[in-house]
Design a protein around this ligand. Sequence first.
Ligand code: NAD
Length: 437
Amino acid sequence: MKIAIVGTGYVGLVTGTCFAEIGVSVTCVDTNSEKIESLKKGVIPIYENGLEEMVLRNTKAKRLKFTTSLESCLDEVEVIFSAVGTPPDEDGSADLSYVLAVARTIGRHMNQYKLIVTKSTVPVGTARKVRAVIQEELDKRGVQIKFDVASNPEFLKEGNAISDFMSPDRVVVGVESERAEKLMTKLYKPFLLNNFRVIFMDIPSAEMTKYAANSMLATRISFMNDIANLCEIVGADVNMVRSGIGSDTRIGRKFLYPGIGYGGSCFPKDVKALIKTAEQNGYEMRVLKAVEEVNELQKSALFEKLQKQFQGDLKGKTITLWGLSFKPETDDMREAPALVLIDKLLNAGCQVRVYDPAAMSECKRRIGDVVYYATDMYDAVLDADTLMLITEWKEFRLPSWAVIKKAMAKRIVLDGRNIYEKKEMEELGFVYSCIGK
Ligand SMILES: NC(=O)c1ccc[n+]([C@@H]2O[C@H](COP(=O)([O-])OP(=O)(O)OC[C@H]3O[C@@H](n4cnc5c(N)ncnc54)[C@H](O)[C@@H]3O)[C@@H](O)[C@H]2O)c1
């Protein structure tokens, strides 16, 4: 089977590579020629565990190809997945210009039946727009060619993307024809041989499912951050509360971790977009508005703790950040809380030293040389007045505190992810504060 994946970013590259891995012949398309050129040379533009070997293996086997031209591969393929970006527009709604540009190219150049599957996160009604754009282009050409549209939102997690794609909890597919359902079944069956977990539904429900899932997860995070903040005020320990409620099977243990707010390329924009969709349809998402508000405030939680430590006088202080990416195991810094914090620290007159195992060059690309990029986690704490733990990468979990103690100017640790033990840190001679205790 031959397919094309349009948009070779985090989702497109993983999707294409995983389909190639099960034997599908895949062409990955992207308008970014630099990205395509490096992929052709075997250089992977993103950090994702296990992806590089898989890309190289499938490129070598000639099951995975890269191109900047969708029209050039259109005749060869039957199914086209669109995984282009859907960034927030100025008003918070999803910008569909990339999705519709792909649809237009398909309509202009297709010569036989195609199934067009939207994998990008898009608001309800987008498949209808994709269909209309393709039909408009076919009408302009005066040709009649059958095609189907489908919705197949992606639930992979950056950092665990390959295993999420290869053995998903479930696959959600919105279709409106038997032919489309058969093609999607054929493509996903090899991943789910023993337990076929594809949930077929109508297209609007599939489009909505993705937003509902991300909004639910964002809600759990903001809820726990709110509880954590109250714990601090009333003298409770949020970690205990989390264990206490997480053991209730109706609640479950996952996604109950307080911290410094959610970031990344999905939650912030998807929560915003769902609020906007509701607004455009005369409804108000009251819970989600509060979720957003709590998240914005939470991004300042560590900065406020720092101000308290120095009675508001941060000028000239050297502050270390461990972790820059919005979560571990990725170099993605889109909407990363670290960016908000760095901005606040620089505005307050601090010197900032940073270290991240994967996101250093991405950070440099975004903010330039306004901070010091340390060679390792110990170089980062040299002469620091405070160490802030921002992203819970594994290598930060059990550091050599004796070395750190000697290297730092003052022994203050602010833990934005609650990975250290307060009692232990205090016994080691550090002033320690975390979230919700
Ligand atoms: N990143 C995630 O973890 C994740 C998870 C689930 C869903 N999603 C959704 O998937 C979509 C893609 O996200 P991403 O993180 O992979 O984005 P990304 O920015 O990493 O990749 C998008 C790619 O599309 C390319 N592109 C734009 N217009 C194009 C066109 N007309 N033709 C060909 N290529 C084009 C861009 O150059 C870019 O390389 C978004 O809607 C996102 O919300 C992302």
